[in-house]
Write a protein that binds this ligand. Structure first.
Ligand code: WT7
Length: 654
């Protein structure tokens, strides 16, 4: 279907809002599935400022792992997020930067963000960075990080943001694999009052990534040292650059960014997101699910190093002309009232955070919450991991005073935006049918299929569980794995032909609402950080003393899951076990990051294996959880007595 481009965004945005909000969910959802092209055509036409109209709404085939939206269309994402708003909103706050230093925030208007973005885009241009080049980003949570992302978008360069908690080696690998031409960092980051030496980490990382020609260093804490011929001061370059930069006109399916995430096998993979589909999906979900209204102050406290920070700190909110908060600090600095003091001072209307933080904060006195005025709050959100009903209830009762819906949002780096949430554009004031711990309703255009791993067929009806798949392409899905399209197809489209497989398990209850039941593959979720068991095992077996290892998740009160490692030593090793364990733990910290350190390492003589030699993880996971029986069928185990041997060893460390 063809359409006209070039509508003024504002009037149409309001049309969508009222249409979507006034239509009941089942009807609109059904329409969005049955007439998917028609539905998304309307949304993309109304939301995006097109330089040239698209020829095809969707060109997808899940069987072949092909996902394309709005092909032939031309646009520039940064123009959509910035220039488009300048006429009427140039003095509106685009970003409220909540600095680590308590009680302080800075305001960046749309005009100022546009200027920063243009200057950085010109700096990139002047150093030979252009369309298709990869740009590594290792920055603190600050407006400059957003401006760097938007500057890449402006010139068609592909940003690859790496969370500033990853180690030098993890950063180096990501720069190398993406063949980054340049990289951005800061002298140091500051989080919870602690300084993190980003520049020296970057220096180490760049040694592994010869493709990096320049490192732009931002001044965050007044300690910039340009130590190599590659180093450039970002501020001085920006000062010398023009504050205007014409946006490069890009195709809908040109890459916008890549972002690494872990899987059940192999090294982390760089998921690639493209322009128009991603922008449409991030913006529309942001508006609908959080009940965002013009002039709201919206806060997602995630880091830009994760997909949540991409879609719901930067791209989604700015596409809606929102005022978006960038939160640099931690939930308990200087005390557990930090979030709520920020809510009061910035008059935040929507607050989107992580279950792990909720679990942490509910351990402190409620007075840290109640002493601040939270009357501005309208919607509370969570993301990244399951939220247990107790934490949900505390968030709802204490933080939201029982009047704000809690939207438990399920999605993934791969999906680009929220796929399942309790309130996809429904009456935001209706609090009666929320279910603590359930993500509940597929978003518009999202056709959730629970699949049987045995028969490989779709399980219909209610009160059923299965592997959570998506039956129909949505515009925000990642299009490929950078440099390895085969891996993309194999990981997401091979298990259930014709479906996208998420790696999660799902349950549809009697009322047809979806619950997430956890990963069904070898992926762990530590404080919302996604890590493959194989990734941690890969580090452990590189220790000279280690013959074999198996890593499993173990329930953790705050983190959701902690890492539990079983290790078999090589026969000849005669070194103190505590020394060895410390070395192994340090290796994980160096190779991946501190957040990946195991809760416990058990040195054991053997592991339960099938006769064909496959480690029986099911047993190891139960043992790590402290279970004493219920190991199921151990008859396939080559040496069933190993369970008895391991039990006291596990008990000794938990
Ligand atoms: C995995 C995706 C989504 C952005 C942040 C994490 C788990 C995510 C929920 C939720 C239960 C959840 C899943 C998913 N997950 N949200 N609301 N309830 N589990 O993105 O790093 O790509 O991780 O996080 O297991 O597959 P990610």
């Amino acid at each position: 279907m063809l359409h006209r481009a070039g509508h003024t965004a504002r009037s149409l945005l309001s049309t969508v809002t009222s249409a979507a909000l006034s239509t009941d969910y089942p009807t609109l959802h059904q329409h969005s599935i049955e007439s998917s092209d028609e539905f998304w055509n309307q949304i993309a036409t109304e939301r995006i400022h097109w330089r040239e109209p698209y020829q095809t709404i969707s060109d997808c085939n899940f069987k072949a792992g092909k996902v394309n939206w709005f092909t032939g269309g031309k646009l520039n994402v940064s123009e959509n997020l910035l220039d488009r708003h300048l006429v009427e909103h140039s003095d509106k706050a685009a970003i409220l930067w909540e600095r680590d230093e308590p009680g302080q925030h800075e305001i960046v208007t749309y005009k100022a963000l546009h200027e920063m973005t243009c200057r950085i885009a010109n700096v990139l241009n002047s150093h030979g960075v252009s369309k298709g080049d990869r740009v590594g980003v290792y920055l603190p949570m600050c407006p400059t990080a957003a401006a760097v992302m938007l500057a890449c978008a402006r010139i068609g360069a592909i940003h690859n943001v790496v969370f500033a908690g990853f180690s030098a080696e993890a950063l180096g690998k990501r720069l190398e694999q993406s063949e980054a031409k340049v990289a951005f960092t800061a002298d140091r980051a500051i989080r919870g009052g602690k300084l993190i030496p980003l520049k020296s980490i970057m220096d180490e990382a760049v040694k592994m990534a010869p493709s990096v020609q320049k490192v732009f260093v931002m001044d965050r804490t007044g300690a910039v040292e340009l130590t190599s011929s590659k180093d450039v001061s970002l501020e001085s370059e920006m000062a010398g650059a023009s504050s205007e930069c014409a946006p490069v006109v890009l195709d809908s399916e040109d890459p916008l960014f890549m972002l690494y995430t872990s899987g059940s096998t192999g090294a982390p993979k760089g998921l690639v997101h493209t322009q128009a589909g991603y922008l449409t999906y991030a913006g529309y979900t942001h508006q609908q699910i959080f009940d965002y209204k013009p002039d709201d102050v919206y806060a997602c406290v995630a880091d830009v190093g994760w997909i949540t920070g991409h879609s719901y700190v930067v791209y989604g909110p700015l596409s809606n002309t929102a005022t978006t908060v960038m939160f640099e600090s931690t939930p308990n600095y200087p005390d557990p009232g930090r979030y709520w003091e920020t809510v009061e001072r910035l008059k935040i209307n929507q607050f989107y955070g992580a279950p792990t933080a909720v679990r942490l904060l509910m351990k402190s006195s409620d007075s840290y919450v109640t002493k601040y005025d939270r009357s501005s709050l309208r919607t509370l959100g969570t993301v990244g991991e399951p939220i247990n009903p107790k934490a949900w209830q505390w968030y709802f009762d204490v933080v939201g005073e029982g009047r704000c819906p809690v939207v438990d949002t399920w999605w993934q780096t791969e999906t680009g935006g929220i796929m399942i949430a309790p309130r996809p554009g429904l009456d935001p004031n209706n609090l009666t049918n929320l279910k603590p711990g359930a993500a509940m309703r597929p978003f518009y255009g999202v056709d959730i299929a629970l699949m049987s791993p045995d028969t490989k067929t779709r399980i219909e009806g209610n009160d059923v569980a299965g592997h959570l798949c998506i039956a129909q392409p949505t515009p925000g899905l990642a299009r490929t794995v950078y440099g390895d399209h085969e891996r993309y197809i194999k990981t997401y489209f091979a298990d259930y032909p014709g479906y996208y497989f998420s790696g999660d398990g799902g349950y549809r209850d009697e009322d047809g609402h979806i619950w997430l039941t956890g990963r069904v593959d070898d992926v762990m979720n530590v404080s919302g950080h996604r890590l493959g068991t194989a990734e941690v095992e890969g580090v452990l077996v590189d220790h000279v003393a280690v013959a074999e290892s198996a890593v499993v998740p173990r329930p953790h009160e705050i983190k959701g899951e902690g890492i539990f490692a079983y290790v078999i030593l090589k026969e000849s090793v005669d070194i103190d076990h505590d020394v060895l364990k410390k070395e192994m733990s340090d290796m994980i910290s160096t190779r991946i990051g501190k957040f990946a350190k195991p809760e416990a390492i058990v040195i054991c003589p053997n592991l339960p294996k099938t006769r064909s030699g496959k480690i029986m993880r099911r047993i190891l996971t139960k043992l790590a959880a402290g279970e004493k029986d219920g190991f199921g069928d151990v008859s396939t185990c080559s040496d069933p007595s190993i369970v008895e041997t391991l039990m006291p060893l596990v008990d000794a460390v938990i």
